[in-house]
Write a protein that binds this ligand. Sequence first.
Ligand SMILES: NC(=O)c1ccc[n+]([C@@H]2O[C@H](COP(=O)([O-])OP(=O)(O)OC[C@H]3O[C@@H](n4cnc5c(N)ncnc54)[C@H](O)[C@@H]3O)[C@@H](O)[C@H]2O)c1
Length: 235
Amino acid sequence: MGRAAATLFAREGARVVGCDLDKQSGEETLRLVRQTGGQMIADNECDLAKPGHVAKLVDLALTEYCRIDVLYNNAAMAWFGWVPEMAHEMFRRTIVSELDIVFWLSQAVWPHLIAAGGGSIINVASKAAKRANPLLPSVAHAAAKGAVISMSRQMAAEGGKHGIRVNTISPGVVRSKQTEPWLNDPKWHEYALSQMFLKRVGEPTDIAWCALFLASDESQWITGAEFAVDGGSTA
Ligand SMILES: NC(=O)c1ccc[n+]([C@@H]2O[C@H](COP(=O)([O-])OP(=O)(O)OC[C@H]3O[C@@H](n4cnc5c(N)ncnc54)[C@H](O)[C@@H]3O)[C@@H](O)[C@H]2O)c1
């Protein structure tokens, strides 16, 4: 999803600053964006779960492009386990890697968005925040993503006077590195489809289009909102 967004944002003229813990994948994203004439730089050594790395990433953006207008908080990592077996360490690690990273990066860019006269923060939550899944041991993931939605609303309330808009996208099941193994299980795939009015799994670009709109001035009167991009799964 991050790659799809980077590609689309760059195509629309954005100067993109990216990062990916998976260095090889991050470098491939960089190559693909530049190949199509897009402007992008990346720090593919950056672990967003480490505040020191976050500060370095923000510095990179400011050094290269002098300002920040949009923050797309897409990266996340979750650990899964059924309630009786879920180790607390895994639970905490999920909260850090899905919730704290959104807070840290938002806090780090906040003064720079104010300096730019406002901007747009787009946080990625999940259908899991709103609809439980008996086939997926997602207790920590659901907790983290639910908190992303409520935290975003509070950020919107605090950001309004600075012209900072904060919105959330909650994707349904989208084909990606994270979901590919589950989607290969027919039982899981069928269950996901059974929830959707539009009978197909999402593609990363389905989410990127919504993010692009929320990043643009066309959404200038939208803040504190949560967008279900899920084929109807939570309607
Ligand atoms: N795929 C789905 O069905 C689905 C559904 C709902 C929500 N989401 C959310 O959408 C977002 C994107 O998911 P995806 O399916 O594209 O996942 P993905 O695993 O395919 O990609 C996530 C990328 O983020 C990177 N990343 C993770 N933690 C990082 C960190 N701490 N620092 C730097 N990079 C990090 C990973 O290396 C990976 O390249 C996530 O927030 C995810 O929770 C996904």
